[in-house]
Design a protein around this ligand. Structure first.
Ligand code: KG4
Ligand code: ZN
Length: 331
């Protein structure tokens, strides 16, 4: 089966083709990060306009890379939720137009489900059941995924997402937007145990990062510690909080595999802490996709569409752009 994947939920326009026989045939992404950097965050209207400009050239370039025509496609997968509504409309409208013209089914893909399933692209033998942590600019959620691909939400943040805290911390330290890599680079030169930061909801499977954010700001203002030590201690606190709760969830559901996805999963300290933690848990293995598969990409959408195709929930033959029947219920 040959699947086109389209992603436009936030500030990346991305198109890819996945073949169930040969793997990923092509992948093209236009990141708007530099455009939004000057605003210090993503401006929805600007994002939509850039998606409109880029989506069609990216589709043609991608098909040329793979030496395919539209008629070679079997299905079209597109992110339909969650995300910026104007940005989603661009991808969904393009996918539906293409599906209509080519007479191909259009499979709606939940963005978080795709981030989770991205690990299966990196580890072909990996299949559910597993526990998944999704950490991005907008989400910090733990799911249980069973053999039948049912996603059950176990816990989530009650305020900021992990990526949001990385971005806001970078901002107060004078770094760019998005700030995850800036913090990671700064932290490399610091001591992760220099500052003791608070961890919310100890022992529970839910997150809160607003207290940590305030504690970091207060510590910066006091000027007792260098920024490198603050960045390293902040990053270690986020990493160990994420690991505590994800391993707790896996133990509770008796899962022996943990999958971590989303942009923040590219973080080296988070990978290190999870791998260290796995050594102290008998029978729990940890799976991180390569960093390029952690941030938003069309490849994960194509692959998720391939995995969801059997549910026969097509956007162009029934349902609407808002149909979440086989999504994980979070718009
Ligand atoms: O999944 P993603 O590309 O977009 C959303 O769906 O939000 O995630 C973007 C987030 C940003 O907050 C960015 O700062 C963060 O992922 N991020 C990182 C790293 N690379 C990206 N955070 C920490 N360490 C990184 N290396
Ligand atoms: Zn994402």
């Amino acid at each position: 089966m040959i699947v086109l994947g389209i992603e436009s939920s936030c500030d990346e326009t991305s198109v890819a083709v996945y073949s169930s026989e040969k793997g990923t045939l092509c992948s093209r992404t236009f990141s708007q990060a530099d455009i939004h950097a000057s605003f210090g965050g993503v401006i929805p209207e600007v994002a939509s306009r850039n998606h409109i400009q880029k989506i069609e050239p990216l589709y043609h370039a991608c098909m040329k890379d793979a030496a395919l025509t539209g008629m070679d496609l079997d299905i079209i997968g597109v992110t339909n939720a969650p995300g910026l509504i104007g940005a989603l409309f661009v991808g969904v409208s393009f996918a539906k137009g293409l599906g209509y013209a080519l007479h191909k089914p259009v499979v709606p893909v939940h963005h978080l489900a795709a981030h989770i399933l991205a690990a299966e692209l990196s580890y072909p033998d990996l299949k559910p059941p597993y526990t998944a942590l999704i950490v991005s600019g907008g989400h910090t959620h733990i799911f249980d995924i069973d053999e039948a691909l049912n996603f059950t939400l176990i816990g989530r943040t009650i305020d900021d997402a992990a990526g949001e805290v990385f971005d806001k911390t970078a901002k107060v330290m004078g770094g760019p937007y998005p700030g995850g890599i800036f913090i990671q680079n700064l932290a490399e030169k610091g001591n992760r145990h220099a500052v003791k930061f608070p961890q919310a909801f100890k022992g529970e499977i839910k997150f809160s990062f607003s207290g940590l954010k305030t504690a970091v700001m207060n510590t910066i203002q006091k000027e007792q510690f260098c920024l490198e030590d603050i960045a390293a201690s902040f990053q270690w606190t986020v990493a160990s909080t994420l690991a505590d709760k994800t391993f707790q969830a896996a133990s509770l559901f008796k899962r022996d595999k943990i999958v971590v996805g989303g942009g923040v999963a590219a973080n080296q300290e988070i990978r290190r802490v999870f791998n260290e933690r796995a050594e102290s848990y008998e029978n729990i293995n940890v799976y991180f996709p390569e960093p390029a598969r952690c941030t938003d990409n069309g490849e994960m959408i194509a692959y998720a569409a391939y995995r969801f195709y059997r549910f026969r929930n097509f956007l162009n033959y029934k349902g609407s752009a808002y149909d979440t029947k086989h999504s994980i219920g979070l718009l």
